[in-house]
Design a protein around this ligand. Structure first.
Ligand code: MF3
Ligand code: CO
Length: 262
């Protein structure tokens, strides 16, 4: 996606729909993270999310998502364990004590989407692993801080990269944040790295999904045969956090932020 493509500005009504979609996403992720304990399978987490979606009368943003040239995404949740960076497909794998698990989830309300992800420890994890999680979450917050009118698009990724690399971790290059609204993925493409001061100026009414993916080792990616699951090429651990953010006249508003979620 090029920087030049038009970035949609949401109307008040559209923002209300997104607020509602994002609230459901945040609340369901909060429930899912409580369930992420040793012994549960990744498929059981997906089934829980699918039930929550139908109880709330919302629509999955991920199920049957059809990117050009790939199989449709087969679940409502992405569950990415340990060296899996993103887009892990739920299945029979049981979570084990000491794993880390990324939960990535999206729904729409009235045709407008919310998108968010969190990485959680399964039981006790070692201190360096917990640090990877904490730094990734903090890098997301550093990116969000940049999202005020007048700043440029690339200020977001620049802040994320600085935070991550100051701790000796690395930022995944091949995936990025994105505009979100009437489509799950819309312009602009928002890399989690790069120089500051480039790209369009940020304006109130823009809504972006910001999602740093951070590796303990090298940033290189390998795709599994399922054509969805992205893993670290060196087998190192990877963490992922994502919030859907509305740019306003003053402070950015994290629409998927629920107290205690992520
Ligand atoms: N948050 C993820 C992303 O923006 C969700 C994609 S899963 C998919 O890439 F199935 F929708 F592709
Ligand atoms: Co996303």
């Amino acid at each position: 996606m090029a920087y030049g493509e038009r970035i949609p500005i949401k109307t008040r009504r559209e923002i209300e729909l997104m607020r509602e979609a994002c609230r459901h996403v945040g609340e369901i992720l909060l429930e899912l993270r409580e369930l992420a304990a040793p012994g549960i399978t990744t498929r059981e987490l997906d089934e829980y999310a699918e039930k929550a979606i139908s109880q709330r009368g919302v629509v999955s943003s991920f199920k049957d998502y059809d990117p050009h040239g790939l199989p449709k995404y087969p679940a409502v949740l992405c569950v990415s364990v340990n060296d899996e960076i993103v887009h892990g497909i739920p299945g029979p794998r049981e979570l084990e004590e000491g794993d880390i698990v990324g939960l990535d989830f999206g729904v729409s309300v009235g045709g407008f989407h919310g998108d968010s992800a969190v990485t959680v420890p399964v039981g006790e994890v070692d201190p360096e692993t917990q640090k990877l999680i904490d730094v990734t979450r903090d890098a997301l917050l550093c990116g969000i801080e940049q999202m005020v009118p007048g700043h440029r698009l690339s200020d977001i990724g620049h802040a994320i990269q600085n935070r991550v690399e100051s701790e000796g971790f690395s930022v995944v290059r091949v995936f990025a944040g994105h505009g979100v609204g009437e489509k799950l993925h819309e312009p602009p493409w928002i890399p989690n790295y790069g120089p500051a001061g480039r790209g369009p100026r940020l304006m109130p009414g823009m809504v972006f999904a910001i999602e740093p993916m951070v590796d303990m080792g090298r940033p290189d990616v390998r795709m599994l045969d399922d054509e969805w699951t992205a893993v670290t090429a060196d087998g190192s651990l990877s963490a992922h956090f994502e919030h859907t953010i509305l740019i306003t006249e003053d402070e950015p508003e994290a629409l998927t932020w629920i107290d205690g979620s992520h």
